[in-house]
Ligand binder design. Structure first.
Ligand SMILES: NC(=O)c1ccc[n+]([C@@H]2O[C@H](COP(=O)([O-])OP(=O)(O)OC[C@H]3O[C@@H](n4cnc5c(N)ncnc54)[C@H](OP(=O)(O)O)[C@@H]3O)[C@@H](O)[C@H]2O)c1
Length: 273
């Protein structure tokens, strides 16, 4: 059994790679440029938007951890089925709680639908925002101890990428076929509370500056294409997605409680110095 991990250098895929290696499960990391990988994980070079670039990488693969939103997915899934892949675990998102018409939900929905139609076993993971999104404050923290936070009044139960990975690896081993797993962290925290936990964990006295709705709007639309900015504004500004509720899916699937933000900060504190 070999697992192909897409997005293997990223927060979620990287955690899947680490989880496979820790459990001694053979893995293959789809990467675009050379990087160091843990023992037991072999590199495979390819571009997710071009399935023709990694046909050989599918040889001997039985399960695939798949990011959403890439091109020519039907071609990738046909190649996978032909190579003997039996199970696909899709990293989808909480955005599918709401309307699928917005740009973010639309690409996750399209990926889920293509996988449903491919005739392979599947599990869809729909996590809340990742704890690793804390890294979006890095630039501000290089400049000082003040962090401007968007949607300051909206508590979110962010999830540790390692919990997503642990659920993914369980699913890749054959459980939860045909299930949609909505994944949350252990507790809902406002961005102001998240900044306080970050400050405590890295030993800095940080101050969160709550951005108004119009400041948030301007920052989002300056940072990304309009359809994505509009989607995020609707999720957290208009409440079209619920990332405040907490569920126990991580604990039920992995047998361990969902990791806390304090844990994530402790593991990543060096990045903030
Ligand atoms: N962040 C959240 O809060 C959140 C919440 C729910 C769902 N999600 C979903 O989770 C996904 C992964 O998040 P993340 O934080 O792990 O992302 P990330 O850290 O930005 O990692 C993205 C990964 O995808 C790879 N990649 C990008 N384009 C590629 C291509 N054309 N071919 C091959 N590999 C490619 C990157 O490789 P390189 O190193 O080569 O760039 C990297 O390994 C998101 O894209 C989103 O769909 C995220």
């Amino acid at each position: 059994m070999t697992i192909l991990v897409t997005g293997a250098t990223g927060n979620a895929g990287g955690a899947v790679v680490q989880s496979l290696a820790a459990q001694g499960i053979p893995g293959r990391a789809l990467i675009r440029s050379e990087t160091s990988l843990p023992t037991g994980i072999e590199p495979a070079y390819g571009d997710l938007n071009r399935p023709d670039t990694f046909v050989d990488a599918l040889a001997g693969v039985t399960g695939m951890f798949l990011l959403s939103g890439y091109d020519r997915l039907d071609e990738l899934l046909t190649n996978a089925a032909r190579a003997g892949v039996r199970k696909v675990v899709v990293l989808s998102s909480s955005s599918l709680d709401g309307e699928v018409t917005n740009a973010v939900a639309a690409y996750h929905h399209a990926t889920e639908e293509a996988v449903r139609a491919a005739g392979l076993d599947w599990t869809f993971l729909r996590p809340n925002s990742f704890m690793s999104n804390t890294l979006r404050w890095l630039d501000q923290l290089r400049a000082g101890d003040e962090v401007r936070v968007q949607f300051p009044d909206v508590p979110v139960s962010t999830i540790h990428p390692r919990d997503i990975a642990d659920v993914a690896v369980r699913s890749l081993q054959g459980s939860h076929n045909g299930e949609v797993l909505r994944l949350t962290g252990p507790v809902a925290l406002t961005p102001v509370e998240q900044v306080a936990i970050l400050g405590e964990g890295i030993g800095r006295k940080l101050t969160a500056y709550p951005m108004s709705r119009s400041e948030t709007h301007d920052a989002l639309f300056a940072a990304m294409p309009e359809p994505y900015a509009a989607a995020i504004e609707s999720f957290f500004g208009d409440g079209t997605v619920d990332e405040t509720s907490v569920n126990d899916t991580v604990a039920k699937v992995t047998g361990q409680p969902a990791r806390t933000l304090q844990t994530w900060v402790r593991e990543n504190a060096a990045l903030f110095h």
